[in-house]
Design a protein around this ligand. Structure first.
Ligand SMILES: Nc1ncnc2c1ncn2[C@@H]1O[C@H](COP(=O)(O)OP(=O)(O)OP(=O)(O)O)[C@@H](O)[C@H]1O
Ligand SMILES: [Mg+2]
Length: 499
């Protein structure tokens, strides 16, 4: 009767010298949402990949509803009732196929017959899946026309298609807006009520507070604590990172502004429908632009970085008009952007030679570092070693491929990249995606340490993060700042800091 849906017994998994999982045990029962918390590199995604049939374990065993469970592939796991939404969306979708075909990908991979249906029939077959997650659009469009949040919903809809008995979600809300995340939680609640078991990996405490029945804390490849309601999340974080977080970490620290204007915008209209706004940033300041996903923050970041054009308005950088024609212009002037979607904007495919930590860090600065066509290996490697130490990247060395790092550690490399050369204006779009609470506190300390001599503008949808990092928080939604009286509903959709 009380047999768990999933039972993991003493699983070990090594990657070369790295022990990712070490004699890990875990049970998940029907009708239960188990949250897995752990620092970046603790082994969460490795566990997810073993349960979902991506890798086999080196030793140990799994059982599903009492039967031995050794899936030979993700499709096999899915047929047995285990559906997974992985952390890296890029690995789970085919950008050139239609949204409908991406929704039906499992069926299309399973048997050739599904391909024989006409594109229109495939759109019809995909529509109920899309509706379940509230994806309301033309499903015949190619997937790459969707926002990151839309793509995430596609992977979710696909996972839910087979009514799984075990649903695994690895950082599912990273790019979802508050209403989209709420819809996901409602779906999870329904599945839980229907007796499914759910394993949720998330660094967002708000998610875990909202939905977790039980929290399993992972450290160095094993479960070190199992907490039941009422769950003490401070204790969970302390167990996970090995020390407490500073108590004053969410206090704003005004006073770092120097009085010297560094960057300003006047009458800027970033989209045809947005209200023009003014904004000033002083040298030394760290300002958070906080607002809901989809409110136009990334668009503004890309306008400042020369990757997109404003509809009208002026920008000034250090007293001169700022009209970058490309990111290369911006980088030359010391304006750097760490983009929101690291897989698309900052990381290289594994196949290119510079997809290492050192190569990723040096890429934007190649013209500075390799002036006469020489590969200055030493410059590159010592910069990489400094960055690894400063950001606490968990890896074996500067030549590690990015694809071998855990998600949060990849994000640290992307942030470190923009610290290898001094910046004038540093733009960080959702910099804490997938970064654990301990690393986040370390990164905030590092950003503060280097704040003098530049201005830092951080775009976040989580108010808790905004207050943790910034000297000043500006609300931003619908392509404009909301410091003037704002429509009440636009602020209420921003996540609130914890009570
Ligand atoms: N394919 C791989 N090859 C080599 N090492 C790997 C591979 N996948 C994971 N690792 C290593 O295994 C360890 C655990 O990684 P994993 O991705 O499971 O961590 P995680 O808990 O999911 O972290 P995050 O919170 O950052 O997503 C890390 O040290 C990582 O570098
Ligand atoms: Mg992970």
């Amino acid at each position: 009767m009380n047999q768990p849906v999933l039972k993991v017994v003493s699983i070990t998994k090594r990657f070369g010298a790295t022990v990712a999982l070490s004699h890990l045990d875990l049970d998940i029962h029907a009708g239960e949402v188990v949250a897995l918390m752990g620092a970046n590199g603790a082994g969460k995604s490795t566990l997810v990949k073993i349960v979902s049939g991506v890798y086999g374990p080196d030793s140990g065993s799994l059982s599903l509803r009492g039967e031995p469970f050794a899936p030979s592939s993700p499709q096999h796991a899915k047929r047995l009732g285990v559906a997974t939404v992985h952390q890296s969306i890029a690995d789970a979708v085919v950008p050139t196929l239609s949204i409908a075909d991406n929704l039906l990908l499992d069926r299309l991979c399973d048997g050739a017959s599904a391909w024989r249906a006409t594109p229109a029939a495939r759109v019809d077959a995909a529509r109920p899946l899309a509706q379940r997650v509230g994806l309301d659009m033309d499903l015949s469009a190619p997937l790459h026309t969707l926002s990151l949040a839309g793509q995430q919903l596609v992977t979710l809809a696909r996972a839910l298609a087979g009514n799984p008995s075990l649903l695994i979600l690895d950082e599912p809300t990273a790019s979802l807006s508050a209403p989209e995340a709420e819809r996901l939680f409602a779906l999870i609640e329904r599945l839980r009520a229907d007796g499914a078991a759910i394993l949720l990996v998330s660094h967002r405490l708000g998610d875990l507070r909202r939905i977790a029945d039980r929290v399993s804390v992972m450290r160095d490849g094993r479960i070190v604590a199992d907490l039941r309601a009422p769950i003490n999340f401070d204790a969970a974080i302390e167990t996970m990172i090995g020390h407490a977080l500073p108590a004053d970490r969410t206090a704003l620290r005004p006073g770092s502004a120097s009085g010297n204007a560094l960057f300003s915008v006047r009458g800027l209209k970033s989209t045809p429908t947005s209200i023009p706004f003014d904004f000033d940033l002083e040298e030394g300041e760290i300002v958070a632009m906080a607002g809901p996903v989809g409110g136009g923050k990334s668009r503004l970041a890309r306008v400042i970085f020369g990757e997109a054009r404003a509809v009208e308005g002026d920008m000034q950088l250090i007293g001169k008009p700022w009209r970058p024609r490309s990111p290369a212009d911006a980088i030359r002037a010391g304006v750097y952007l760490a983009g929101e979607d690291r897989w698309r904007s900052s990381l290289f495919p594994d196949s290119v030679p510079f997809a290492s930590i050192a190569g990723t860090l040096s890429f934007p600065f190649l013209s500075r570092w390799y002036r006469r066509g020489f590969v200055r290996r030493e410059t590159e490697c010592s910069a990489a070693r400094d960055a690894i130490a400063a950001f606490g990247v968990r890896c074996t060395g500067p030549d590690d491929r990015l694809s071998r790092l855990s998600g949060g550690n990849q994000q640290k490399v992307v942030l470190a990249r923009w610290h290898t050369e001094p910046a004038k204006l540093l733009l960080l779009d959702e910099p804490f995606q997938g970064v654990d609470a301990g690393a986040r506190a370390d990164i905030v300390a590092l950003l503060r340490k280097h704040a003098a001599g530049r201005a830092t503008l951080v775009f976040v949808s989580d108010l808790e993060e905004a207050f943790e990092i910034a000297d000043r928080v500006v609300h931003f939604d619908r392509g404009t700042t909301l410091d003037r009286p704002a429509p009440a509903d636009s602020i209420s959709s921003v996540a609130l800091p914890p009570s």
